[in-house]
Design a protein around this ligand. Structure first.
Ligand code: OFO
Length: 170
């Protein structure tokens, strides 16, 4: 069982995770149009990963006897600037999601909702990984700047990203 407030906040998070997926799909399309298929591949897999974040949360709400309220997903931009700017916006977005997950965790602690704390712990850890992955890409990107051969090399590396592992079931 979850409180009405927790149900509402988890539904809000579902919407944010949906937006994440939507934004990464838009970023994937953008990277394709600027001639960076490896970047596009990385973003496409990120889109798939976000969908898994959505469904895990959706399942949890239902398993706890809660109601699902799907809201409209905000339209993401179609253009994201330079390759560095693409990943800077990615980092900014993930930091926003981290804060949002932390707020949910604070609520679960405040409500002494142990089940939701356990459920959310996976997202807390996942966000550390999400931010670290983006920082690991931003570092070489900042080093190469606008250098075309450096960008091609990074594009090749990003094309090797493996399909994400599904999160554990609730
Ligand atoms: Fe769902 O972690 Fe990214 O946004």
């Amino acid at each position: 069982m979850i409180s009405d407030k927790m149900q509402k906040e988890l539904n809000e998070q579902v919407n944010k995770e949906f937006y994440s997926a939507y934004m990464y799909l838009a970023m994937s399309a953008y990277c394709n149009t600027i001639g960076l298929p490896g970047f596009a591949h990385w973003m496409r897999l990120q889109y798939e990963e976000e969908n898994m974040h959505v469904t895990r949360m959706y399942d949890y709400i239902l398993n706890q006897g809660g109601e699902i309220h799907l809201k409209a997903i905000e339209e993401p931009p179609t253009e994201y600037g330079t390759p560095i700017e693409v990943f800077e916006q990615t980092l900014e977005h993930e930091q926003f999601i981290t804060k949002s997950i932390h707020k949910l965790m604070s609520l679960a602690v405040q409500e002494t909702d142990y089940a939701t704390q356990t459920f959310l712990q996976w997202y807390v850890t996942e966000q550390v990984e999400e931010e670290a992955n983006v920082n690991d890409i931003l570092l070489p990107l900042r080093m190469v700047g606008e250098d075309k051969s450096g960008l091609m090399l990074i594009d090749q590396q990003l094309s090797g990203r493996a399909v994400p592992t599904p999160p554990p079931e609730n």
